[in-house]
Ligand binder design. Structure first.
Ligand code: PLP
Length: 378
């Protein structure tokens, strides 16, 4: 039987093939591979889409976060409050600028920061909050911005998995001081290689980021400080410009697929299904369930289910098996096991099911029936 992968990017490509091929050929023929019109056009269109005045493109989501922290002057001696349940880059960039990540526990319904824990984590050294809209689910930005404003903190949104998601009327990436996006191929808006962008309504921050990403150089061969080299290729920019026009369509397909999983799986009592927060629009980068069990340790049961699914041709993923506060590299931060129990529970129990634009109902039914069987057997 044909395998169902966690993500199938070829189905997106089929839809944009002619347009994307032509756009790429144009770039190849133009000889202009770095910078130029293609970059400016993408930045303008992405800024319009997110609903901000400024978009600064760069090489990756990781660089976007790094540039944002640097431009806000966050560094040694500063603390940044963030989630322990995310891709490593979220915390890594905080450490890379010399600041200290402060992890607070998450909410199991959304897998996002539990905002109730933020205020007790604020110290005189706190400079910013770095929320992640994990799996495409927006954080409650109304509450988060109120806390940030009350304590005079910056908000850097990690939007890597949530291009197109919204809180209320506003797209994520337009609510905090800066929004950081990744265009890694499997993200909702994915390039055919690496790419990233930062969105903001603050022209001074945007200007600073533009200088930083070009070797600290405000004008050619003059260098005011140490920066980095971070740019998106023209080929990726034109592909993204084409794909941006399909983003809402693809996100709707993800939303439909999520609703169908919900319908297919809701009767299984040993599964905890993800819930969309009212007030937000999730774009379902992942559809992630929790496998809990009173009898055997949940981690063992999850592994068993994952292997049994694999035997039936269904590839599921574990995002993320080790919470950030328990990563070996962060041992010296001094977090103990069970200190952030919900994040640790999530790390033990989560399983992400196949989710991508173009997944068929028949495939989802196969996933659901196989999962039911596996849970009974496990
Ligand atoms: C993908 C991702 C990043 C990093 O993006 P890259 O483009 O791979 O550097 C950062 N944060 C989160 C939550 C991500 O999912």
């Amino acid at each position: 039987m044909k395998q169902i992968p966690p993500v199938d990017l070829t189905r997106q490509y089929q839809l944009i093939k002619e347009e994307a091929n032509l756009a790429v050929l144009d770039i190849l023929n133009s000889g202009r591979y770095i910078g130029g019109e293609a970059i400016a056009t993408f930045e303008q269109e992405f800024a319009n889409y997110v609903g901000v005045t400024e978009c600064v493109s760069c090489n990756s989501g990781t660089d976007a976060l790094f540039l944002a922290l640097k431009a806000l002057n966050i560094g040694a001696g500063d603390e940044v409050i963030t989630t322990p349940f995310s891709f490593f880059a979220t915390a890594e960039v905080i450490s890379r600028v010399g600041a200290k990540p402060i992890f607070i526990d998450i909410d199991l319904n959304t897998f996002n920061l539990n905002l109730a824990h933020i205020e007790q984590a604020i110290t005189p050294r706190t400079k910013a909050i770095l929320p992640v809209h994990l799996f495409g689910q927006p954080v409650d930005m109304t509450k988060l911005m109120a806390i940030a404003e009350a304590h005079d903190l910056y908000v850097i949104e990690d939007c890597a998995q949530a291009a197109g998601a919204a809180w209320g009327e506003d797209k994520i990436g337009s609510i905090g001081h800066v929004g950081c996006f990744s265009f890694f191929p499997t993200k909702n808006l994915g390039a055919c290689g690496d790419g990233g962008a930062i969105t903001t309504n603050d022209p001074a921050i945007a200007k600073q980021m533009r200088i930083l990403k070009e070797h600290g150089s405000p004008s050619r061969y003059r260098h005011d400080f140490i920066g980095i080299n971070s740019r998106i290729d023209a080929v990726q920019a034109v592909i993204l410009t084409v794909k941006l026009r399909y983003l809402d369509h693809w996100n709707e397909q993800r939303q439909r697929a999520a609703a169908y999983y919900q319908e297919l799986l809701q009767s299984i009592s040993s599964l905890k299904l993800p819930q969309a927060l009212s007030g937000g629009i999730s774009v379902w980068n992942q559809y992630t369930v929790c496998i809990s069990d009173q009898q055997s340790p949940p981690q063992e049961k999850r592994e068993l289910v994952k292997h049994k699914l694999q035997d039936k041709g269904i590839v599921s993923m574990i995002y993320y098996p080790i919470p950030l506060h328990l990563q070996p590299v962060y041992q010296d931060l001094g977090y103990q096991k069970e200190q952030l129990p919900i994040a640790e529970k999530a790390a033990r129990e989560v399983l992400s099911l196949p989710m991508f634009p173009g997944i068929s109902e028949v495939e989802q039914e196969r996933v659901a029936y196989a999962l039911k069987d596996c849970l009974l057997e496990a």
